[in-house]
Design a protein around this ligand. Structure first.
Ligand SMILES: Nc1ncnc2c1ncn2[C@@H]1O[C@H](COP(=O)(O)OP(=O)(O)OP(=O)(O)O)[C@@H](O)[C@H]1O
Ligand SMILES: [Mg+2]
Length: 273
């Protein structure tokens, strides 16, 4: 579905991605974890051309969607086409404040000339129903909670009928009690077979839904494997150190007698309502 071949990206002297290759198969859910600054967001943004990589290729559905900036400039229509096939949801929801919930969800399809208004509105209403917000459709974003706004952002992304969805820490700006409702919407997408890449610190969720987990550090993929392999039997010291740091943070309030980090991960609660 998505194939990334040897992409690298620098900002000035700062090499943020080094020779990253990865694939996301049709229907696969890939969790991407790693310390702050390791390049997770830049990787997702590269796939969506918000940050075109300096070198490397990206294929979507077997078609070359992007090739080395040095070798070929992307046309705007090519970028637009790829963006419409790959939806992206961010930590900050970026809803349009002057549009109602329904208008937000229709904001993409409105510009797809072939689709009639009645058709995309009907689809938008169905999507709002699916994320549990049908009754909010005539309200404005500021009238909604953070969790509700993020669910609208997910519906807005789905309205373009993307073949895959990229999530960049979709719950980290939310109050803890609102995290579950967003994860629950994402869980539904997983159950529907959506192809997804998820960057998150919700290790319990990754453990439960991911087919594969990628651990990144300093702009490289350090290791990847099934959730069981990564969480219960990490091969690299850096992975172990990261997991153990995350866990000591999560478990800070517990006066536990220093269990092995991987045990704590397996016992983390899965935040689902
Ligand atoms: N637009 C930009 N201009 C310059 N530097 C950038 C830009 N975006 C990211 N960086 C740098 O690239 C590096 C990787 O950033 P990135 O946001 O991809 O990390 P991350 O893994 O998503 O971190 P976090 O967990 O904090 O979100 C960081 O050193 C960051 O400062
Ligand atoms: Mg990030």
């Amino acid at each position: 579905m998505i194939e990334v071949r040897a992409i690298s990206k620098s900002f000035g002297d700062n090499k943020v991605l080094t020779d990253i290759s990865m694939t996301i198969e049709d229907g696969e859910v890939v969790g991407i974890i790693g310390p702050s600054g390791s390049g997770k967001s830049t990787l997702l943004r590269s796939i969506n051309f918000l940050e075109p990589p300096d070198t490397g290729d990206i294929l979507i559905n077997g078609e070359l969607a992007y090739r080395d900036a040095a070798r070929r400039e992307l046309s705007k229509s090519n970028i637009a086409l790829t963006r419409s096939r790959v939806g992206m949801v961010f930590q900050h929801f970026y809803l349009f404040p002057h549009m109602t919930v329904l208008e937000n969800v229709c904001s993409g399809p409105r510009f797809v000339s072939k689709v009639a208004k009645t058709e995309y509105e009907e689809r938008a209403n169905a999507l709002l129903d699916r994320v549990g917000l049908a009754e909010k459709r005539h309200q404005y974003p500021e009238q909604l909670s953070g969790g509700q706004q993020q669910r609208v952002a997910i519906a807005r992304s789905l309205a373009m009928e993307p073949a895959a969805m990229l999530f960049d820490e979709p719950t980290s700006a939310l109050d803890p009690e609102l995290v579950g409702e967003v994860l629950s919407v994402m869980r539904k997408l997983v159950d529907d077979g959506m192809t997804m890449a998820i960057v998150t610190h919700e290790m319990g969720f990754v453990r439960q839904v991911a087919d594969r987990v990628i651990f990144m550090d300093e702009g490289r993929i350090v290791e990847e494997g099934t959730p069981d392999e990564i969480f219960n039997n990490p091969q690299h010291e850096r992975t172990r150190a990261f997991l153990s740091a995350i866990l000591s943070h999560t478990e800070r309030t517990e006066p536990a007698p220093e269990p092995h980090p991987t045990e704590v991960i397996s016992s983390l609660p899965i935040v689902l309502p």
